[in-house]
Unconditional design. Sequence first.
Length: 218
Amino acid sequence: MPTSLSAAEALEELKTGNARFASGVPRADPFNSELAALAGGQSPFAIVLGCSDSRVPIEIIFDQVPGSLFVVRVAGNFLDSDGLGSIELGVEHLKAKLIVVLGHEHCGAVDLALKYVRDGRGQPGYVQEIINAIAPAVRATRDEEGDWYENAIAHNVKRNVTALTAKSNIIADAVDRREVKVAGGIYSVRTGQVKFKVSSCDGYPKVMPLFEARSGSF
């Protein structure tokens, strides 16, 4: 899939691919005839920051072949310096047009962060560093209406959508030039569907206020 796709076209490709996957009719062949050609280089049309959860295989849920997506994964789908650098590489050097922060239902990392905030239950080793990164989203949603766990998952996506442009001049400048768009989404491990928090404006996807990429502080 070429990077010549616009951000709107890239988003539509992810939507339609996910619809195929969720409907049980995927068409992507991971061993397609073009696989050998990838040895000469890559041109992914989108970057996805997703969770390490084994139930959320990024290329598969979007029904994409190798070479189509530049994927960064970490438990809890949050940004750190390594992840941000990887995404900047995808924007600056690979010319991907769309960045998606993808959370998911029943996220174990968010669940651990919630237990830490609610009960003070910490974790050994570097696991606590993951919890510390997610805990602000949990605290921010403590008093919101609805399910605290689900709200924290959504807010964690929102925080990291915002962080992409707040922390990176490379990404912020590309967004300002309308060369790149940032979106957030939640994957359902029950249905296989991704719900994007986006709307369309004059053929160009615009992130809704909840997930506005340049909304300011967290």
